[in-house]
Structures are given as C-alpha cells and as structure tokens.
Design a protein around this ligand. Structure first.
Ligand code: NDP
Length: 448
C-alpha cells in the first residue's frame, strides 16, 4: 500500500473506526485518499471546511426489508439498500446491484467511487448506489418480478428525477429495470421516465445505454494506447466476466481490430484462441440466460476450464469486467510478465491494491474503474437528457457523444496526473480531478 499524507491519515483512521467491518469501503476510501495529500496543500480551504471528512460520510443511507413470495408460496426476506452519498453536482445517480454478497460495505464502496466517477463525466450527477442481497440466479421470471416489485415498494419514496435516479449493475439489467419502473408508475400514478435509467427503448430508454460501459472502457483504453502511439489493432485481449459490461467490451475490441480470446464467469473460463464468438455469447447470456460453460458445445476448438484463472492466459490488453478484487497482486505480476501493456477496468475496483501498485510501477496503461467505466453512467445521464426533452437520439449520435465523453475523461485524468507530477498515472489523475470538482461545489454550498 502507498503512504497516506499526514493530514489525511487521521481522516482515514476515523473512517475505519466509524465504519467497522466494511472492508471494501475502507479499500475504496484509502485508494482515493492516497492521492489527495497534494490537493490539500494547493487548496487549504478544503481542509478548513473538512471536505474529505464530509465526503466520506454518506448524506443518507436507507436500509429496508424486502419480503417476497417464491413460486412455491414460500416467504423470503432480503435486505435492500440505497446509499445517497453525495449530491453536490446533481441528483444521486448510480446502479442497483442484486447479488448475495451485497451488504452495506459493498454498497458504500460503490457509492463512494460513484461520486468521483460521475464528477469525471462532466455531467450534472451526484453519487449513489443501491441493491440487495437477493440472488437472481436460478429464479423464475415471476420470482424476479415479485422481488423487483417488493423492492420498489419501499425504494420509490426516495427517488425522483431531481432527487435520486438508479440504474442497473450486477444482476440488474433491462428486465429488472422494467419491473421496477412498472411498480414505480403503479404506486405513484406518474409516468416519470426520468426516475430510472437503462429503460427499454420503447418506453424512455436510450440507444447505446446497454453497450455504454463496455464500449466506454474500450474507448478509454483506445485513447491511452493512442497517446502511446499504439492501438487495439492486432492485440490479443482478455475480458473477464460474461455479463453486460464484458459482452460490449468484447464487441468494441473486435470492432477496433483486437481479438478477445477468453471470458469467464464465477465458475470458470472459456478460451477460444481464434477469437470469441460474440453472437453465441449474446445468445447464451442475454437471450437464454445460460452459463458460459455451454459455449464449448458449439465450438469444439474452444476450451472450458472450471475454476480457471483468466489472468494466467498471456495477452496484451486485459479488461477486468466482472467484480471487485477479481485481480490480485499475483495476477497483476503474471499479466505484466506475460507482456500485457494495458489494463482497462470495466468493473468497479476489480484490482486489489497490490495489483494496482504492480501496474503503476510497471508503467503500463492502467485505466482505473472510476475513469474507464464511466461511460455507463455518462450514457445514463444522456438518457436523462433525452427524457427531459422527450426526445430520442440516433445510435450514431449517442455513441459519438459517449466517445467524446470518454476521450475527455481520459484527457482530464492524463493532464491532471501530469500537473500533479505523476505522468501516466490515471489513478492519481482520476482521483484528483474527480475530487476537486465535487470539493469546490461543496465549498460553494456551505456547511450542509
Ligand atoms: P452482470 O450481472 O451483467 O455480469 C456480471 C458478470 O461478472 C457475470 O458474468 C458474473 O458471473 C461475473 N462475475 C461475478 N462475480 C464473479 C467472480 N467472483 N468471478 C468471476 N466472474 C464473476 O453485471 P455487469 O456486467 O453490469 O457488471 C460487471 C461489473 O461492471 C461490476 O463490477 C459493475 O459494478 C461494473 N459496472 C457496471 C456498469 C453497468 O452499466 N452495468 C457500469 C459501471 C460499472 P456469474 O454469472 O457467475 O455471477
């Protein structure tokens, strides 16, 4: 781990003390705080106004019971969360995650990251995150609907286009957003598209939102390669996961001339040396909701390694797109030793602190999640813009906007890193640039 500045160390100790057991939240806070020492020197008013202390404390945290009936009429109780972290730049904005591992510490790490990510997009959105420890795997469509309806029956009172606007994340895609939107409309008697993003295209959704996180992460790395006089063309790539972010990362890499040879899920890894068959992956995952292991029944020259580690496969570009802490120090070493020159995080905090240090020391092009995967939330903000003016834009126009936003985020992180004496360090660039904008707004709003 890197050193914390002496002004920042006591703040971090207080975060540890006030939030016991929330290890992912501690990790996310520490990673940002490691970058902030020089910012306090340049901006003493941030220390006077206790901006860092305030930013580490969510504005509001909502925890609620979510009861639902399964197909056998058995009662289940899950726990729902919405952490409304920071509204300095706009209404709280951030996804909902349905996964059995969800607890307050995960939602808070995601909400905290979201503040800086949303700031980097340049769009008027604050940071929040939510979800439940509900496990969607193996549930019928009817059970998913009942769960979503029960979840929204509490959550609706906290939402609003000017207050809090959730979207999807792990376990929450278009189907779940649809059920939640339906329940919101039914309870409130208001057709309010601006209250959720990631909606279906016929009822207020935006073209490119489905593709946005994966496309955006690929655009970010494309730009990082470009400033190094390189490109995706001819590169061998790995993309972990096989969900929404992974699928559209693979798609954009293929469009830019790279070849993805492996993807994964929480059970194992698929390797297809001649390049992954993306149409098949979409059919298996998006349409039939099957496991990635089924891929090998369609391609005899592909391999499935149960429990395998995708990062052991030699590649030039790695795009972790599954979940937090999926890539550790040992994996980072393996990647660098195998000749990997760029890592772009589609997932949130997928690399452990040891792994991050190895990438930074090796001076490869390393795009941290809060910068590289900001295309998803940025396109959600474009969906909000379309909803506000009751319009819908073409795919080409929306994708162009996304690409511009990602290039801007890249440049902002790149230039900030240079300004703070750490050229090429996108971690520092993203943390500092994301923080300064929020901090200035907090100073302007007074002590609230
Ligand atoms: P999905 O639910 O669509 O897909 C998640 C994928 O990750 C699945 O293939 C899942 O496999 C896999 N996965 C989960 N846990 C593990 C694990 N421990 N090891 C290996 N694979 C695992 O989610 P998304 O694609 O939407 O989200 C992926 C990541 O991207 C998350 O970190 C999310 O926070 C981040 N993100 C998402 C955005 C979005 O717009 N959707 C925006 C910005 C960031 P399995 O089916 O086995 O669980």
């Amino acid at each position: 781990m890197n050193h914390l500045d002496e002004k920042v160390e006591p703040i971090f100790q207080e975060v540890l003390q006030r939030n016991p057991g929330e290890v992912e939240f501690h990790q996310a806070v520490r990673e940002v705080l490691e970058s902030l020492g020089p910012v306090l020197v340049k901006n003493p008013e941030f220390a006077d106004r206790k901006i860092i202390e305030r930013i580490c404390e969510p504005e509001r945290q909502i925890i609620f019971r979510v009861p639902w009936l399964d197909d056998n009429n058995q009662v289940h109780i899950n726990r729902g969360f919405r952490v409304e972290f920071n509204s300095s730049l706009g209404p709280y904005k951030g996804g909902l995650r349905f996964h059995p591992s969800v607890y307050l510490g995960i939602i808070k790490f995601l909400g905290f990251e979201q503040i800086f990510k949303n700031s980097l997009t340049g769009m008027p959105i604050g940071g929040g995150k939510g979800g439940s420890d509900f496990d969607p795997k193996g549930k019928s469509d009817n059970e998913i609907m009942k769960f979503c309806q029960s979840f929204m029956t509490e959550l609706y009172r906290h939402l609003g286009e000017h207050t809090d606007v959730p979207a999807g994340d792990i376990g929450v895609g278009g189907r779940e957003i649809g059920y939640m939107f339906g329940q919101y409309k039914r309870i409130t008697n208001r057709y309010e598209p601006g209250v959720l993003t990631g909606k279906g295209l016929d009822w207020g959704g935006s073209l490119v939102r489905t593709e946005a996180t994966g496309y955006g992460a690929t655009y970010f790395i494309n730009e990082a390669l470009r400033v190094r006089n390189d490109s995706f063309d001819g590169k061998t790539c790995l993309v972990s996961g096989s969900g929404n972010v992974a699928i559209y990362t693979i798609e954009k890499i293929h469009q830019l001339g790279g070849t993805c040879i492996a993807c994964s899920d929480s059970n194992g890894v698929i390797i297809h040396e001649k390049g992954l068959d993306l149409d098949l992956i979409k059919q298996l995952k998006e349409v039939e909701r099957r496991r990635i292991s089924d891929y090998i029944s369609f391609h005899k020259d592909a391999k499935y390694i149960q429990g395998g580690n995708i990062w052991d496969i030699p590649c030039q570009v790695a795009m972790p797109s599954a979940t937090q802490n999926e890539l550790n120090g040992k994996d980072a070493k393996t990647l660098v030793n195998n000749g990997c020159i760029a890592v772009g995080e589609g997932a949130n905090m997928p690399t452990t602190p040891e792994g991050v240090k190895i990438f930074l020391d090796a001076k490869i092009a390393y795009g941290p999640g809060k910068a590289a995967n900001a295309g998803g939330v940025a396109t959600s903000a474009l969906e909000m813009q379309q909803n506000a003016c009751r319009d819908s834009w073409t795919f080409e126009y929306t994708e162009k906007r996304l690409e511009e936003i990602m290039v801007n985020i890249h440049n902002l992180c790149y230039e900030t890193a240079e300004e703070y004496g750490a050229p090429g360090n996108y971690v520092l660039g993203a943390n500092v640039a994301g923080f300064i904008k929020v901090a200035k707004a907090m100073v302007a709003h007074g002590l609230i």
